[in-house]
Design a protein around this ligand. Structure first.
Ligand code: G3H
Ligand code: 13P
Ligand code: ZN
Length: 387
């Protein structure tokens, strides 16, 4: 099965009542591992590259400063990796842009082979968010590509937005947003937060999802609901990182029980990035603890240096710059680099496999309707005729 748009996966999530993970990738090895673990569990897959991940995959180690040109290159690199490992796959795979910053970033992603894009206009006033999102929907749907929007602001650091307090999504606004933009999916703010410090015992305001879902059903509007900032931040991984010399504190995730409750309340897509970052970081620290001779390796010794100097960091992008050729293209020049690639792959598989089971998407791949982008573009003409 080749790459598919997001829409059929969201239709199946609604029809069969399970949660579909959306997992962030920042390196070719992560894309490979995330595909393989979904195949193992016969789960549909959503791989997502964030706006800045495209910058990093475009060779920009200072990815916060990535230009549109960098993102274009990175989008192609991620797109090529997903095509390479997904082309003969038995499962449906979506390549989704996460937190697309502007119209041009969405276009760059689509040109790179993404089959779904998020346009994050959540920092804009409501009307401007609608206008921008609508423009992206027009462009993307004409190409059979699905679109996710965002309404409400999550606490914490978003790609380019800082907000000290959550502004929960107003269900009435959410319904109007679906009606006026034609988005396939909407990220809502209901108590989650990006990163590894989400606060102790977070209780999600699931009633926000219930209210939106009820209204959409009454109005006969299709709309998937997306839970961002949903990492569980496994305590055992944090403890292991700290046991290996890391310095992480104030780490709290969203509990599996809360996420399962959210699925029951109408959440369809659940975004996870931090958990993968943590597991990969732990694996790399463990590698250098177990094999001290690798600390001075010509190819990966630089990674050890970064792990040792940046003890509060847990984003592999901070540690991987010494092997950018491997990150961007998947080349493995020697056995030391192979050992790091193994850390990356095992880390992704450990957390993604767990969540596929907990969210209930295992075994659902055969239930997804196979729709090509061309067929989806035709369908969108009909779906969007009153927009
Ligand atoms: O939702 C945010 C994701 O974790 C992506 O993070 O913008 O640092 O790539 P990033
Ligand atoms: P986490 O930081 O909780 O993994 O959230 C990831 C996310 O929302 C990606 O869009
Ligand atoms: Zn997010």
């Amino acid at each position: 099965m080749s790459l598919v748009p997001l829409r059929p996966l969201m239709e199946a999530s609604m029809k069969y009542g399970y949660g579909q993970g959306g997992f962030n990738v920042n390196a070719v090895a992560q894309a490979k591992a995330v595909i393989e673990v979904h195949e193992m569990f016969r789960s549909p897959a959503i791989l997502q590259g964030a706006d800045l991940a495209n910058g990093f995959m475009g060779g920009r180690t200072d990815f916060m400063n990535a230009t549109l040109e960098d993102k274009k290159i990175g989008a192609k690199n991620i797109g090529n990796a997903v095509k390479k490992y997904g082309v003969d796959s038995e499962i449906p795979i979506v390549l989704h842009l996460d937190h697309g910053r502007d119209f041009d970033s969405c276009v760059a992603a689509i040109e790179g082979g993404y089959t779904s894009v998020m346009i994050d206009g959540s920092s804009l006033p409501f009307k401007e968010n609608i206008e921008l999102t609508r423009e992206v929907v027009k462009y993307a749907h004409a190409r059979g590509v699905s679109v996710e929007g965002e309404l409400g602001v999550l606490a914490g650091v978003e790609d380019h937005v800082f907000s000290a307090n959550s502004t929960y999504t107003n269900p009435l606004d959410a319904v109007e947003f679906f009606q006026k933009t034609g988005v396939d999916a909407l990220a809502i703010s209901y108590g989650t937060m990006h990163g590894a410090s989400k606060g102790k015992n977070v209780k999600l305001r699931k009633e926000i999802a219930v209210a939106i879902r009820e209204c959409l059903n009454h109005l006969g509007i299709f709309g998937a609901l997306v839970s961002h900032g949903s990492s569980t931040v496994p305590q055992y991984i944090v403890d292991e990182i700290n046991g290996l010399g890391g310095c992480l504190s104030d780490t709290y995730g969203i509990s599996i029980e809360e996420l399962q409750g959210a699925i029951g309340a109408g959440i369809n897509k659940i975004n996870v990035d931090t958990d993968i970052r943590l597991a990969v970081t732990r694996n790399m620290k463990e590698l250098f603890a177990k094999y001290p001779e690798k600390r001075t390796s010509a190819s990966i010794g630089g990674i050890y240096e970064l792990l040792e100097t940046k003890k509060t960091a847990f984003d592999p992008r901070v540690f991987l710059p010494p092997i950018m050729d491997t990150v961007m293209y998947g080349n493995i020049p020697d056995e030391d680099v192979a050992a790091i690639v193994d850390c990356v792959e095992r880390g992704a598989k450990e957390v993604v496999g767990t969540l596929i089971v907990k969210f209930g998407s295992y075994g659902k791949a055969p239930l997804i309707e196979t729709v090509t982008l061309d067929e989806m573009a035709e369908r969108y003409k009909e779906i969007d005729k009153n927009l």
